[in-house]
Ligand binder design. Sequence first.
Ligand SMILES: Nc1ncnc2c1ncn2[C@@H]1O[C@H](COP(=O)(O)OP(=O)(O)OP(=O)(O)O)[C@@H](O)[C@H]1O
Ligand SMILES: [Mg+2]
Length: 584
Amino acid sequence: MSDSNKFDFSGLKRVVKIGISYRSLFTAVVIFAILSAVVSTYRPYLMKDAIDQYILNKDVPGLLYFILLIGAVLMVEVLLSFAVIFIANKIAQRVIRYLRVRLFDHIIKFKLSYFDRTPNGVLVTRSVSDIETIAEIFNNGILTLMVDTLRVIFIISIMYYMNWMVASIVIIILPLMIIITNLFQKALKKVYQAERTVTAKLNTYVQERLSGMTIVQLFNRQEKEFEGFKSINKELRTAFLKTNLYFALLFPVVDIVSAVAIGLLLWFGGLRTAVHGDVSVGEVMAFISYITMLTQPMRQIADRFNSIQRGLIGADRVFKILDDDQTLPNNGKEVLTDVKGEIEFEKVVFSYVPENPVLKGISFQSKPGETIAIVGATGAGKSTIINLLSRFYDIDSGDIKIDGKSIYSVELSNLRSHIAVVLQDVFLFNSTIYENIILGNTSISLENVEQAAKEIGIHNFILSLPNGYHTEVNERGASLSVGQRQLISFLRAYVYNPEILVLDEATSSIDTESETLIQNATEKLTKGRTSVVIAHRLATIQQADQILVMENGEIVEKGTHQELLEKGGYYHKLYEVQFQSSEF
Ligand SMILES: Nc1ncnc2c1ncn2[C@@H]1O[C@H](COP(=O)(O)OP(=O)(O)OP(=O)(O)O)[C@@H](O)[C@H]1O
Ligand SMILES: [Mg+2]
């Protein structure tokens, strides 16, 4: 964790800048903070007057008046301190809301290769908890630190104003305070860091075990995983205990410092009062109050720095993503209208990982309205082809054209609006089927969706679900089978009625009922529009106008089902292996 060792001022500056941009709130909090520091340092001074002028002079009505005055000052002090905390929180919440929106908006535009490299867990942490820690910079961090610093300055000034000799004696403890604070801050930083590392470890451990619960139970790993959990938990406990130990030490040490200062004061101040008479009793009392006030922030200073530090680490991580431009270049200006659906791949070379080409010079062409089936062994590069057509990734060399226009010259959202994609593994959001189909486009009514479902023959299937179109699908569509999920995805594509359809048929075996539904829906969907289908079903392949046979990133054969069978090559073999087996 080398990044957490330095105090990153540029990050602090950026965060504070965002805070300052809420100008009226920020001005208010600064004014209240200054007032709060002034008023709280004024109270002991009032007390001094109360003692010297009224108590010692036995002036009872005057004393009553003074007590009321002190009470009023106390009230103001409380209100000010409330205002500072409240507004600081408000600013903090605005800052993190602003950052969170910006971050999400930024990440959502990143190209897919970024997500291939970055675990989802990391991005979730960045956009939720890391941003949360930034709030601490304001809440518990700089503003309170500012109040404390101001207070120290005011206290010292007022002490000197009262009596410079006594003040100088008391001030001797200042370096001592600084040294102790520093020592504890360093020590605490270390243990806090250890604590955080172990917490992160525990989070990852639990998260992974929860996602992989099936595997854990299937392979009877419960005992082992539990042992692992216990051992990390133990580490965490040790880390917590260490933090506690330092805090347990810090407070008595602060008390000793304060006691030493008070001792010095009583000795010297008392001497001056009794012998020389130039220090009043009230002043001695006020000095005692001030010493307590001086040492009080020491108890929290380590915590404050830690909050700021933690916030800065969070800020640093968030800014790193914000400064990282991983968006897919969208320089295309052309707009496709009246798409006929002629697709052409020209010697396309592509690699997910540099130097490791997955497609090694793919060329093919489709006439408008044709259905192209792609077949080939697993890992041959079939799904990759459709990733490229909708420009989820950019190619290394070659070109991809629609109606003779390179897709790289076309504006990205325009390009994608002409292509509907049904993926191999359908993702459904955690909401109703209807909402999963319209995806926020409320101009598509339920009637439209029902009509479309009837047309592709899945209306009855949807009605058979518990709540019809309003059935909630769980996370990742877990309550629906793979085949059923594809059907929903078909409907989604059909409703959007694009000129080009890309379909990656599910590889996992599908029950016969869904199978027939899928078959019919596929026919309906591919009819009259150019379709690229990664086919695992014999019926789809047989009806295709063109079959591309892929092996290891290359197209090894091309033709119709009949032509390819007669050729007796790779397709023939594949056909025998895949489709002559019991399933088909
Ligand atoms: N996001 C990715 N990052 C890196 N490599 C990838 C990525 N996606 C796929 N690959 C690799 O690219 C190759 C082709 O993958 P692709 O998904 O196109 O295969 P496929 O023909 O669709 O296989 P299947 O029939 O199993 O779906 C594989 O070797 C795979 O490991
Ligand atoms: Mg695939």
